[in-house]
Design a protein around this ligand. Structure first.
Ligand SMILES: *Cc1c(COP(=O)(O)O)cnc(C)c1O
Length: 389
């Protein structure tokens, strides 16, 4: 078993989060990297410049973010994009018509939409499988398989995929393991130490953590893969803007303080709801009743603040959504403020009803993103909102 958190980072997580992006500011000594609001850079002569030519290619503020997320994931290279979906779309440009990708069945709704409604028509082929069962990943691989894409824990079913086993299958087929690490963040899960080849995020969520930006990041260790992504980043141009990059950089400086608070609140809310409604209605990898609790304990250092509850019917779900006072009804997750949503009609509305039903995403499911408010207040809110169920 790989010891996930033993690596050779020079500093521990929090110090890295705060300092990895730093570079000396020769003009004023600013402690935070300036927001470089510029499209171009003055050149000294033909072929002579300071390493910056045009801001689609490179921007110093964006680079600070890219260095930080790479360091936190234990990677060598980071790339920041305009959104999580823009990031994934650019990653997929590594592949070409005829290539086959094995994808988790319960990935983010927008990921499925990108593959099913757009990329499929450009000649990529996809198989969607329950990646909690590694044999199914293996069985789905063909001679054309170039990548396996997994999300763990998944949204909203909170299923766990064994990353080390998935990486072994990918590598046996000469394919890449691509991991969407949005839910766990590098603070709780380090996919590269388990064999992943590309780790990406919707930085919109926990990395930024303050619900005020849309952004995506990808990280890789391999230099050749990095060169290809660098080319795509500049050629396709879905790059993160300097101000967005600065906001995410600022947000990430407190990732190691926020994640334990999300985890504490997630555990408390999940435990309360499991006691109130029954274990079988609550999905949270930190509960012993979760079918993959022991895998989660091995692979993750914490379980986070995402909790999914099935209250039975859409009407009862709506009743809860209307009663909450601190949790707000909204899409998205991972911010300091607690949110609650209805996956079937919100994040997974783009998945056809039959497919949702087959996956197990029911009309009675509500998904809670526990923020970092005081636990007692969140518990009180949950108690009154779920009372009488
Ligand atoms: C939100 C989300 C995405 C998409 O990211 P955007 O920043 O909204 O484009 C991808 N994967 C997961 C797991 C997400 O939660």
């Amino acid at each position: 078993m790989t010891r996930v958190f033993d690596d050779d980072r020079r500093t521990a997580f929090g110090t890295t989060a705060i300092h990895a992006g730093e570079r000396e500011d020769p003009l004023a000594g600013a402690i935070m990297p300036p927001v470089y609001l510029t499209s171009t850079y003055v050149q000294q002569g033909l072929g002579e410049n300071k390493g910056y030519e045009y801001a689609r290619g490179k921007n110093p503020t964006r680079e600070a973010l890219e260095r930080t997320i790479a360091a936190l994931e234990g990677a060598q290279h980071g790339f920041a994009f305009a959104s999580g979906m823009g990031c994934l779309d650019s990653i997929m440009k590594l592949f070409k018509s005829g290539d086959h990708i094995v994808c988790g069945a319960n990935v983010y709704g927008g990921t499925f939409r990108l593959f099913d409604k757009l990329l499929q028509h450009m000649g990529l082929t996809f198989s969607y499988v329950d990646t909690t069962d590694v044999q199914r990943i293996e069985d789905a691989c063909t001679p054309h398989t170039r990548a396996i894409l997994v999300e763990t824990p998944t949204n909203p079913l909170m299923q766990i995929t064994d990353l080390q086993a998935a990486a072994d299958v990918a590598h046996a087929h000469n394919a890449l393991l691509i991991v969407d690490n949005t839910f766990a963040t590098p603070f709780f899960q380090q996919p590269f130490s388990l064999g992943a080849d590309i780790v990406f995020h919707s930085a919109t969520k926990f990395l930024n953590g303050h619900s005020d930006v849309i952004c995506g990041v990808a990280t890789v260790i391999d230099d050749d893969l990095a060169a290809k992504l660098q080319f795509i980043h500049n050629a396709a141009g879905a790059v993160a803007g300097p101000f967005d990059s600065w906001l995410v950089l600022r947000g990430m400086k407190t990732l190691h303080l926020r994640m334990p608070a999300h985890d504490r609140n997630g555990r408390a809310v999940a435990a309360y709801l499991a006691g109130h409604l029954g274990d079988e209605r609550v999905r949270y990898p930190g509960l012993e009743s979760h079918p993959q609790h022991s895998l989660a304990c091995m692979q993750m250092r914490g379980m986070g603040g995402m909790v999914t509850v099935d209250v039975g019917t859409k009407a009862l779900a709506n009743q809860v959504l209307k009663k909450v006072r601190i949790f707000s009804l909204a899409e998205s997750l991972g911010g300091v403020e607690s949110l609650i949503s209805h996956p079937a009609s919100m994040t997974h509305a783009s998945v056809e009803p039959e497919r949702r039903a087959a996956l197990g995403i029911t009309e009675g499911m509500v998904r809670l993103s526990c923020g970092v408010e005081d636990t007692s207040d969140l518990l009180q809110d949950v108690e009154q909102a779920f009372a009488g169920l």
